[in-house]
Ligand binder design. Structure first.
Ligand code: ASP
Length: 309
């Protein structure tokens, strides 16, 4: 039993300049700090890291500020298709869902997949049937689709591009994928990530978020990682597991491993994105190749800190 806990959350990577322009820094800081404090309460009362990362990501999914759950971006067909995953560092159990629609909290569905233990990743209609079986809450499309997202898709289409939510095409609503990593009072690590994916993505496209080792990874012997950025680049570099390997094979702490991971992402595939990491000693760290990464953390029970740059 360790006597402290750590928690770190993120709200996506991208162009900080746009972010500052459109929603004031204070709005993000308020949201991130409130979610961290709610997570702190759960960790202090002895809840598991797995429960707390799920809980924090649920709160982020319910907030339209972020590209996950309610605030998800639109694919090329103008539809929402969401991906989410979580992993328990205690026993490497994991649950993930991809290309799902109308589920209020994709991370809660991923948790059902983990708890059932039969499979790790369910996609599309099969995942939705499983959601019905689990009596998950569903909402009509208009719960998810906003005018700002329709405008953002039109801009990406006219630029002929697929973009990160927080990316500069021209000023518009730029928001972000979400994630959480935690260490509980028992010393267990867990990670969770949830996203609407890339703006203007092809339907059926699956990014790094629901793929264990790419957008999410947790192992008590190394660290917990949640990633955000161009999913294809994180898939090709298996980035979350690569960061865990830096801890395992090179003895790095969270800070060194996060930096080495992003250096590898840039060197190998000119990758755009960021990661948050907590290691077994409860150290919190982040690194990014984009100008912005919305994040906040509580290290070993200390004060909640929020940073956007
Ligand atoms: N990684 C996500 C994806 O490619 C997008 C993001 O992090 O903003 O689906």
């Amino acid at each position: 039993m360790s006597n402290s806990y750590s928690l770190m959350i993120h709200g996506g990577a991208g162009a900080l300049e746009d972010l500052k322009q459109e929603a004031s820094e204070a709005v993000f800081q308020q949201s991130i700090t409130a979610i961290l404090e709610q997570g702190r309460q759960r960790l202090e009362q002895g809840d598991s890291a797995l429960d707390v990362v799920e809980y924090c990501v649920t709160l982020l999914e319910n907030d339209r500020l972020y590209n996950a759950g309610r605030g998800s971006v639109l694919n090329a067909e103008g539809k929402v298709e969401m991906d989410a995953a979580l992993m328990n560092g205690r026993d490497l159990s994991a649950g993930a869902v991809a290309c799902i629609k109308q589920i209020k909290n994709p991370i809660a569905l991923a948790r059902r997949v983990l708890d059932r233990g039969e499979h790790v990743l369910l996609v599309g209609d099969g995942a939705l049937e499983f959601a019905q079986f689990c009596q998950m809450e569903t909402y009509p499309d208009d719960y998810f689709i906003t005018d700002a997202r329709i405008k953002q898709l039109a801009e990406a289409k006219s630029a002929g591009r697929m973009t990160l939510d927080h990316e500069r095409i021209k000023p518009s609503q730029k928001l972000g994928t979400v994630g959480a990593v935690a260490q509980d009072l028992q010393g267990n690590l867990a990670a969770a990530t949830s996203t609407g994916g890339l703006v203007n993505k092809r339907w059926g496209r699956v990014g790094d978020t629901p793929v264990v080792g790419a957008g999410v990874f947790a192992d008590n012997e190394t660290c917990a990682v949640s990633a955000t950025g161009y999913g294809e680049q994180f898939l090709r570099t298996v980035l979350a597991k690569t960061i865990s390997d830096f801890v395992h094979f090179k003895g790095m702490d969270a800070d060194a491993a996060a930096k080495a991971g992003i250096e590898y992402l840039v060197r190998k595939v000119q990758g755009d994105g960021g990661v948050i990491v907590i290691d077994g000693a409860g150290n919190c760290a982040a690194a990014q190749s984009t100008s912005g990464l919305i994040r906040g953390w509580i290290e070993r029970g200390g004060e909640a800190i929020c940073k956007l740059g």
